[in-house]
Design a binder for this molecule. Structure first.
Ligand code: SR1
Ligand code: MG
Length: 424
């Protein structure tokens, strides 16, 4: 892979010398770089992440590596993902102000972004493992999805703007390929980089991999992911991409940003809450101890969808300024009900997509390469498998029956029923 001549990965002891003359860092850390202290805190699959502290404050420095951190230099990755992350962050900040960290500096040659250090925020996934509640979380995330996804589509954006943006993000080919392979393909055959809790899950995994109806439906979803450039997606919106502190939540890490179907972000997000729900017995100090917390998680799932639906509907009525479903054809003709009918149809389609994408996300986190801490931290393999199996079953049900599942209440009923089986 060709690297820009000047590119060099940062290290804790070189950050101050290398970034010490940059005005945004000086402004946030203080003028004397010899007093800055850095530590590397990246625990994600891809990048270097540093906290840099100085007398005046602290910042986050995130730098792309030319390979996948999780796997090593045998899996090269383009540095340009920092460019996509930067452009996605600026768009999200405009579309839902206050929802993402503020960017202080972007250096394309060094593939690095200097941004606001969220404090005292922690990664939501870790908080869900500990059993902590965050009032307002569902509202924030539901609004974030509705605002960023509606305002990035041609329901709202001027057509030339969106088309230019589609072209810009179309180059995020390698990260799209990761999703296309790791999410939509590998989990459904014995791909080399897969792993699962074995032997406990072997029978259900074998069932899923010989399930032709499932594979056909997953490929329909992959086809939508690859070809329906409906809006700018975050592209990797799971609970590891959300930071929380009390009632405040922010969304981070949009380096997988691409134009794709609205339901992808929503489905991936909901799937990760549902897996956190199923994983709770694996983290309870005594049987049943996390039951009330599980109810809270499902409440967040319901709230995200409800707030998404309500906010999307509000934006449809108040900000439908793009070329799609134009007011000239509806409200201006006195056909207000026609606009409502179209909205209901769009929401029904997004709901179906959401369920399908949620299903594949659950499968890939249990069967593929990239697993999640909720399950990985359950040491007892028997208990872990007992918490994973219902997510695999629910995932199949959502993918195959998504056109027949009419509402969230029905989905939550099935989820609870499957969850109860863990205790037996
Ligand atoms: C090996 S990269 C795997 C996953 O990490 C990222 O967070 C994305 O979810 C990707 O699919
Ligand atoms: Mg990430």
């Amino acid at each position: 892979m060709e690297l820009p001549n000047s590119y060099e990965p940062l290290a804790v002891d070189t950050i101050a010398t290398r970034l010490g003359a940059r005005p945004p860092l000086v402004a946030h850390l203080g003028p004397d770089p010899t007093l800055w202290r850095a530590r590397e805190v990246g625990d994600g699959n891809l990048n270097l992440v540093f906290i840099v502290e100085g007398p005046a404050g602290s910042v986050i420095v995130k730098q792309a590596l030319p390979y996948m951190r999780l796997v090593g230099d045998s899996w090269p990755l383009p540095l340009k993902r920092a460019f996509f992350e930067y452009h996605a962050l600026t768009r999200q900040a405009n579309r839902d102000p206050g929802s993402v960290p503020e960017v202080y500096l972007f250096d394309e040659g060094q593939a690095l972004i200097v941004m606001e250090r969220l404090m005292p925020h922690v990664i939501l996934r870790e908080s869900l493992i500990k059993g902590e509640r965050h009032p307002g979380l569902g509202v924030m995330l539901g609004r974030f999805c509705a605002r960023t996804l509606f305002r990035g589509s041609e329901l709202h954006l001027a057509s030339p703007r969106r088309k230019a943006d589609v072209a810009l993000f179309a180059d995020n080919v390698t990260l799209c390929d990761i999703t296309e392979s790791l999410v939509f393909t590998d989990p459904y055959f014995a791909a080399e980089r897969n792993r699962h809790t074995t032997p406990q899950l072997d029978p259900i995994v074998a069932d899923l991999r010989r399930d032709v109806d499932l594979k056909v439906e997953v490929q329909h979803l992959k086809s939508a992911f690859c070809s329906n450039a409906e809006t700018l997606l975050h592209g990797d919106l799971h609970t590891g991409s959300v930071m929380v502190a009390g009632e405040n939540a922010r969304v981070i890490d949009p380096e997988f940003a691409l134009y794709g179907p609205i339901g992808f972000d929503v489905g991936m997000l909901l799937a990760n809450f549902v897996m956190a729900y199923f994983a709770q017995p694996g983290h309870a100090t005594a049987p049943g101890r996390r039951a009330a917390y599980q109810d809270w998680i499902l409440g967040v799932v319901a709230e995200i969808w409800e707030v998404f639906r309500a906010e999307f509907s509000r934006l449809w009525r108040e900000e439908r300024t793009g070329i799609l479903y134009p007011g000239t054809l509806f409200e201006d003709q006195g056909h207000d009900l026609g606009a409502e009918q179209a909205l209901a149809h769009r929401l029904a389609a997004i709901w179906r997509d959401t369920l399908g994408f949620a299903g594949v996300e659950m499968h890939r986190r249990i069967l593929g390469l990239a697993h999640i801490a909720e399950y990985e931290t359950i040491e007892d393999a028997g208990l872990r498998a007992a918490c994973e199996a219902p997510a695999l079953r629910l995932g199949r049900h959502l993918v195959v029956n998504r056109a027949r599942l009419s509402g969230m209440a029905q989905v939550l009923d099935i989820t609870r029923k499957l969850g109860r089986e863990i205790a037996r």
